[in-house]
Design a protein around this ligand. Sequence first.
Ligand SMILES: Nc1ncnc2c1ncn2[C@@H]1O[C@H](COP(=O)(O)OP(=O)(O)OP(=O)(O)O)[C@@H](O)[C@H]1O
Ligand code: SF4
Ligand SMILES: [Mg+2]
Length: 326
Amino acid sequence: MTAAPQALLSVRDLTMTFPGRRSATGRRGAPVRAVDGVSFDLGEGETLGLVGESGCGKSTTGRMLVRLLEPTAGSVEFDGRDISRLSQGALRPLRRHIQMVFQDPHSSLNPRQTVARIVSDPLLVQGWTAADARRRAAELMELVGLIPEHIDRYPHEFSGGQAQRIGIARSLATSPRLIVADEPVSALDVSVQAQIVNLMERLRRELGLAYVFIAHDLSVVKRVSDRVAVMYLGRIVEIGEKHLLYDDPQHPYTRALLSAVPLPDPAAERRRERIVLLGDPPSPAAPPPGCTFHPRCPKVQEICRTERPLLRVAASREVACHFPGD
Ligand SMILES: Nc1ncnc2c1ncn2[C@@H]1O[C@H](COP(=O)(O)OP(=O)(O)OP(=O)(O)O)[C@@H](O)[C@H]1O
Ligand code: SF4
Ligand SMILES: [Mg+2]
């Protein structure tokens, strides 16, 4: 386990198995192990980037961290308390510390509520008076770069970037210590993405927030993260300090992902070798035996087909591969 400065969040063997979906004939498919034994620590004020292809279990992990989903197994300790099995009542006082920002700002904001209502709602739940909550909502609008006088407008009156600022203001209402941001910029225009990333960076510095930042865009993750975890088919396959991962990836899957990120220097871009992965990720309802990456791995050996590699320290980070490195 890569040690965090002071664990605000301690995740151990987090697992989510969904029942198989029913087909048109009413038969249930095999259960889906969407998240399969994920463990990591996150320090106060730290950002962990969570990356991986579509369907690898990033959102499911994020939703368990904020207890929108109850894990099938494993634990999520926040500030030393396991929140993964608390009742909704016992969870309520802790909810203010852990908030979530979603991908699509317009669909995650209630279109029939004004910004005042949307942003102050978490405060009303915590027992604030309507007048105090409204005042705080106006302050929060200013903090995220919106005009406080627009407080009585509705979400559709804002652009995508502005709507995401509303989502962020709402997530900040209760002064959380941890924000799980699930692809917070991927639904936005590229020009707006940088503004929202800058805003989240500034808020982190000013408010001392910790983030779990979920994204499939490795350039965005590189900008915001201190450490990065790479997921494949429900498991972390490499986790460690950002520069170590980006400069010298050890897992063949991390290498392949990074080889697809465009380099700013055209000469370096021409020299660089692309690693093309064969096929799509397998279904989590029928994961391959041994190393689940083996059917697509350019370095596969016999042992990979039968023995599951566990996360272990290699080159100052953790890697789940029998043959890490070059
Ligand atoms: N409620 C559910 N019931 C059954 N299977 C589910 C459910 N939610 C997610 N899954 C499956 O779990 C796996 C992980 O899904 P998840 O949404 O966590 O992936 P993701 O990494 O966030 O993908 P994306 O990058 O597309 O957002 C997928 O195979 C998905 O189909
Ligand atoms: S364990 Fe084998 S198949 Fe899996 S990533 Fe490493 S080399 Fe590839
Ligand atoms: Mg997702």
